[in-house]
Design a protein around this ligand. Structure first.
Ligand code: CTP
Ligand code: MG
Length: 241
C-alpha cells in the first residue's frame, strides 16, 4: 500500500567500506549470496512505502549500477534511479536529495549497510512523519554503559536510561531536510546522521522503535552475524531462537 503522502527514499551506498576491509565498496559485499545493496533495496520495495527511490553509488560502479537496474525491473510503479555520491556520507545524502523528485513530500534516508532492516521499520518511520513529525528516527535502548572520556581519562557517565542507539531509515519532511542540509558543508565530517542537522535547526526529532536486525554491517564480525541471521532464516522455523 502506498503512503498518503508521496515518499521518496534515499539509499546511501557510496561508501568504501574501509572497516569491513574487503577492498571493495561495502554495498557490493555478498551476504548470504546477495549484495548488501540488493538486500537493502528489496527491504525498501517490500515495505511498499516508496513512490521513488534514489540509490547513491560510488562513481562509475558498474556492478552496483546493474544491481539498481535489476531492482528497477521488479519495482512496479516505484521509480528507482542511481546517482553518484560524494566523499562523505553527508555529501552522498545531498546528492540523493538533489535527485529526488520535487513531488516527494516525505523522504526516508537509509544506509545500504543496514541490509537486514525489516520492511516494517520503513512503514513505522513513514507513518510517524505522515502523522506530522518533521523528523523521525528509529532507536534502540543502549545496552552498554557509555563513558565520556578525555584522552584516557573518564570524565562522565551519562544516564544510560536516557540514551538511545540510532539507526536508519530516518524520516523527514522533505523540504525541511533539504533546508537543513543547506546549513552544513557537505565535506564536514561532523554530521554522522541527518537528524542532527534538523536538531541544529531547532526541529523536534521524534523516536520510534528500531529493530535489532537493522544493525549496520560495519566490521567483519557484523558480516558474520548477518550471515548467521540469514542462515537461521533459511533453516526455517524449526530452529530455536
Ligand atoms: N556512505 C555513502 N557515501 C560516503 C560514505 C558513506 O553513501 N561517502 C554510505 C555507506 O555506503 C553506508 C552508509 O553511508 O551505506 C553508512 O556509512 P558507513 O557504515 O560508514 O559505510 P562506509 O563509509 O562504506 O564504511 P567505512 O566507514 O568503514 O569506510
Ligand atoms: Mg564511513
Amino acid at each position: 500500500m502506498k503512503h498518503a503522502l508521496p515518499v521518496g527514499v534515499v539509499v546511501v551506498a557510496a561508501g568504501s567500506g574501509q572497516r569491513l576491509g574487503q577492498g571493495i565498496p561495502k554495498a557490493r559485499v555478498l551476504c548470504g549470496g546477495r549484495t548488501l545493496l540488493e538486500r537493502s533495496l528489496d527491504a525498501v520495495l517490500a515495505s511498499g512505502v516508496a513512490a521513488s527511490i534514489v540509490v547513491v553509488l560510488p562513481e562509475g560502479d558498474d556492478v552496483l549500477s546493474a544491481v539498481v537496474s535489476r531492482a528497477a525491473g521488479r519495482a512496479g510503479n516505484t521509480t528507482v534511479v542511481p546517482v553518484t555520491g560524494g566523499a562523505t556520507r553527508t555529501a552522498s545524502v545531498r546528492a540523493g536529495l538533489d535527485a529526488l523528485p520535487p513531488s516527494a513530500a516525505v523522504v526516508l534516508v537509509h544506509d545500504a549497510a543496514r541490509a537486514l532492516t525489516p520492511p516494517e521499520v520503513f512503514r513505522r518511520v513513514a507513518a510517524a512523519v505522515a502523522a506530522g513529525a518533521p523528523a523521525v528516527i528509529p532507536v534502540l535502548p543502549v545496552v552498554d554503559t557509555v563513558k565520556v572520556v578525555d584522552g584516557d581519562v573518564v570524565t562522565a557517565t551519562p544516564d544510560r536510561g536516557a540514551l538511545r542507539a540510532v539507526q536508519t531509515p530516518q524520516g523527514f519532511d522533505a523540504p525541511a531536510l533539504r533546508l537543513a542540509h543547506e546549513g552544513i558543508h557537505p565535506a564536514d565530517p561532523s554530521a554522522t546522521d541527518d537528524a542532527m542537522l534538523m536538531e541544529a535547526r531547532g526541529a523536534t526529532v521524534r523516536v520510534v522503535d528500531g529493530d535489532a536486525l537493522s544493525f549496520k554491517v560495519t566490521t567483519p564480525l557484523d558480516l558474520v552475524i548477518a550471515e548467521a541471521v540469514l542462515a537461521r532464516e533459511a533453516a526455517g522455523p524449526s530452529v530455536a531462537g
